[in-house]
Ligand binder design. Sequence first.
Ligand code: GDP
Length: 365
Amino acid sequence: MYDQIIDKDNKNSALSVSKGKANPVTVNNNFKAVKRKELSADEYLKGITEGNRTVLSRAITLIESNLYAHSILAQKVIEKCLPFSGNSIRLGITGVPGVGKSTFIEALGKMLTAQGHKVAVLAIDPSSQKSKGSILGDKTRMEELSQDENAFIRPSPSAGSLGGVARKTREIIVLCEAAGFDTVIVETVGVGQSEVLAHSMVDFFLLLQLANAGDELQGIKRGIMEMADAIAVNKAEGKMKEISETAAGNYRNALHLFPANDNGWSPKVFTCSAYSKEGIKEIWDCVNEFVTLTKQNGYFYKNRNEQNLRILDETVKQALLDGFYNNPTVQKELPVAKDDILDNRMSAYIIAQKLIDMYYLSLKK
Ligand code: GDP
């Protein structure tokens, strides 16, 4: 369309008054080349806490960047935002592709923004880098919500490893909370490890299911059902309503067989329709009921503390592993060590200890 308006060759433009005189510039073609002034950590903090979405987006881009200088600044920004974070309900939503996650989030998100809530939607999708058209990432998703000024939708960071995606998502949660979002929805695909990570950063975990599909078919493992604080059988409208109720009953029975949670909460099962919006309010009421209960009995805070301590633990482990495997001595000795194991020359335990000894020795040099 703009091609028609902007006459690139300047031949027929009504705006050209004489030969050789340039058209008024309507589009800055050099825009990409113009370098934006980098903000300081304090400027980021100010913008974010004032709810400036452009600054929030830029800060997130900083977190997602793999440049060393960016990561240093990003850490400063996160540190400054931390005291302003933590005040949201963090809701995880998982389910196989096609179950209706984005339609559900759109319906829930619109309901919440209409009530005056500010909703951030983040995704954990480790496939987003490998397959450009990722499982969670097509553009038409949540069309209405993405235009809502009280909603903020950010696709999954493409950080390479799942651990990297998880870390960046956790950091983005901090920024969103500092920006005043009181509901943070973390969406993930329930087919692999990503839901375990999503579970480790939310307060409430909702599993969307479909009636009429065996669990094997849905690729949902028992472990994911065990993590769920609620299960909702989606697409339960019209003639699917009854069959969805039956499926919900089956899930209720199955959940009874799981060991009781230590948070005083018994997982609930719902039917809903992201299309007709039936059941959405009930699910949100359930989230609130859970938050009230677990804040009263202390589990809400205990869970967040444990999540933070786990991050400490995981980060230390990862750093130690990286240090070990990137160490030049280890890199030189490892192939030899592997051959020794494969040729049965020495036990793997002894070789592991030798490598660790070599590693520590190399650090002293
Ligand atoms: P996702 O891959 O889990 O994010 O699923 P989508 O939200 O993209 O939905 C997959 C398909 O199911 C789309 O064609 C939706 O329009 C449809 N869908 C989502 N929710 C419902 C629902 O409540 N009822 C019906 N009938 N279809 C739905």
